[in-house]
Design a protein around this ligand. Structure first.
Ligand SMILES: Cc1cc2nc3c(=O)[nH]c(=O)nc-3n(C[C@H](O)[C@H](O)[C@H](O)COP(=O)(O)OP(=O)(O)OC[C@H]3O[C@@H](n4cnc5c(N)ncnc54)[C@H](O)[C@@H]3O)c2cc1C
Length: 214
């Protein structure tokens, strides 16, 4: 729920402990770009690059389309979403993922499912009952003695999952281009928007501004 009492899209996006690219990483990426242009050895020009110079050089690289330089800048997020959205998320192959396993037996409650905010207040109870039926079905097959590998097949795609994603700036630009702008599914669209909000707070939006995000 937000402050107006309306339900929000219940996806979660956080930085991991070392997920924010450091200033040194930006400098190193710019230095990598300069390797392609300088005659002098690396050690002679690298000391002259400060954060501001690195940022303006990287912005210039983006304008020129020399985007491989951006692969030296790496982001890492903790994400929480439904399995519907996570299936879309992992289609972005130019990233690394570690996702919650459902091979472990779980004590599920309705909280373990993402409720779409489109569900009207008068239908919410009905929707939650359907989730409860899913949980009951999962439990039934476990109680019959079946392995969790079998029981988990009763779970629906709105079951919540967590994952850690590591992605470089070049690939993240592609992700934003596809998922933060267009008519993407509402959950993954929200994931992309939340990521971009975190990035903006860290003063790193210059890497994505030309994409024209909402
Ligand atoms: C609105 C929308 C609807 C969609 N609907 C469907 C759908 O109905 N069915 C479906 O299957 N998918 C669908 N997708 C997923 C889409 O086809 C892509 O798989 C997904 O968006 C990942 O994009 P990507 O391949 O660019 O990203 P990544 O996998 O991260 O790849 C990044 C880039 O690397 C290059 N690359 C990666 N792998 C290869 C390769 N094997 N060969 C050549 N170049 C490669 C490409 O340039 C690619 O853009 C949809 C996506 C969107 C945004």
């Amino acid at each position: 729920m937000n402050s107006q009492g309306t339900r929000t899209i219940d996806v979660r996006v956080e930085w991991t402990k070392s997920g924010i690219p450091t200033e040194q990483m930006l400098i190193d990426a710019a230095a990598a770009g300069l390797v392609s242009r300088k005659d002098e050895p690396y050690s002679e020009f690298v000391e002259d690059i400060d954060t501001d110079r690195a940022k303006s050089f990287l912005a210039k690289m983006i304008k020129l389309g020399h985007e491989s330089v951006l692969e030296h800048i790496v982001f890492q997020f903790w994400l929480g979403m439904s399995r519907v959205a996570s299936h879309q998320q992992v289609r972005h192959r130019m990233a690394s993922y570690t996702q919650m396993s459902l091979r472990q037996e779980r004590n599920l409650t309705t909280e373990a499912f993402v409720v779409p905010p489109q569900i009207k207040e008068e239908d919410l109870e009905d929707w939650l009952q359907d989730i409860q039926s899913t949980i009951d079905s999962y439990r039934k097959w476990l109680d019959k003695g079946y392995d969790v590998d079998v029981a988990r097949r009763r779970l629906t795609q709105d079951a919540r999952t967590d994952m850690v994603m590591t992605i470089n700036a070049r690939s993240l630009r592609n992700f934003f281009d596809l998922r933060a702008k267009h008519d993407a599914d509402f959950e993954i669209h929200e994931v992309a928007k939340k990521m971009y909000t975190l990035i903006k707070k860290e003063g790193l939006s210059f890497l994505f501004e030309d994409i024209g995000l909402e």
